[in-house]
Write a protein of this length. Structure first.
Length: 111
């Protein structure tokens, strides 16, 4: 039982770390691609370097709607990945059975 609990905690922590980096990769790549499509006059590198809280200061107001749309679509793609992983977890967990770990009381011996 301790080994199973250790593996469960490790898997949860490791899975979260791996998929956090995958989500960041999806977000950053899609944000750069969508910026070139939705706000072509904006320097994508400067927007990415400014970050989510400071890009309004460097983006002209005429291009702000395109940058915000690219940002929202990039976040949507990350949520699509999370929804796909949740669906995959459900499919894999659905086929697993329940196993009773409680010990059964010993049957009385007939002497």
């Amino acid at each position: 039982m301790p080994l199973a609990m250790a593996l469960t905690v490790f898997s949860q922590s490791f899975g979260a770390a791996v998929f956090l980096s995958i989500a960041e990769l999806i977000f950053s790549n899609s944000f750069r691609d969508l910026l070139t499509k939705k706000a072509p006059s904006v320097n994508a590198q400067k927007v990415v370097e400014a970050g989510a809280t400071a890009f309004r200061q460097i983006v002209p107001s005429s291009d702000l709607a395109g940058v915000l749309d690219a940002y929202a679509d990039s976040i949507d793609r990350v949520f699509y990945m999370a929804a796909a992983m949740a669906a995959a977890c459900f499919v894999f967990a659905f086929g697993m059975g329940w196993k009773n770990l409680k010990k059964k009381p010993a049957a009385p011996s007939k002497a």
